[in-house]
Design a protein around this ligand. Structure first.
Ligand code: HEM
Length: 125
């Protein structure tokens, strides 16, 4: 058992900001899902808002002192018709970035569990 909470193990505010930057970049390079994200390169202001929500979502969901003010998962992904392969591609990106940031396997497993638990709120909504 580790004694620090998930938020701290993800590196707190700074660590999570860096994770989100790299996860979004990874999505933009992933052939399976990049078409969904590349348009945001042309709209940096919107991208910054979405990244802010991603940071807060991860921070709040991991026990950090942050309130998530973005949309609910079904609202944010409604009409995108995200399929299983795309969902798995996004999770692969997340786990790859956590690994490259030196996040330990147990912590990666916890994030994976959270990501799986959200599947029904994000896929085909
Ligand atoms: C573990 C899975 C996922 C989580 C936790 C997640 C979380 C989020 C969050 C918190 C936002 C911000 C919502 C807001 O700004 O109000 C968001 C936006 C977005 N997500 Fe996801 N997401 C996941 C999977 C996916 C997948 C698989 C795709 C597509 C392949 C996707 C595409 C998008 C897009 C395009 C946006 C921006 C929507 C906009 O323009 O405002 N997400 N996601």
């Amino acid at each position: 058992m580790t004694s620090t909470n998930l938020y701290e193990r993800l590196g707190g505010e700074r660590g999570i900001a860096s994770l989100v930057d790299d996860i979004v970049e990874s999505h933009m390079q992933n052939p399976r899902i990049r078409a969904r994200f590349l348009p945001y390169r042309e709209d940096p202001d919107h991208l910054e808002v979405v990244k802010g929500h991603l940071r807060d979502f991860l921070a709040a969901g991991s026990g950090g002192p942050v309130e998530y003010r973005g949309r609910s998962m079904p609202e944010a992904h409604r009409g995108m018709n995200i399929n299983e392969a795309e969902y798995m591609a996004a999770i692969d990106d997340i786990l790859g970035v956590l690994d490259r940031h030196g996040i330990d396997p147990q912590t990666r497993q916890e994030v994976l569990g959270i990501a799986y638990s959200l599947k029904g709120e994000i896929m085909h909504v």
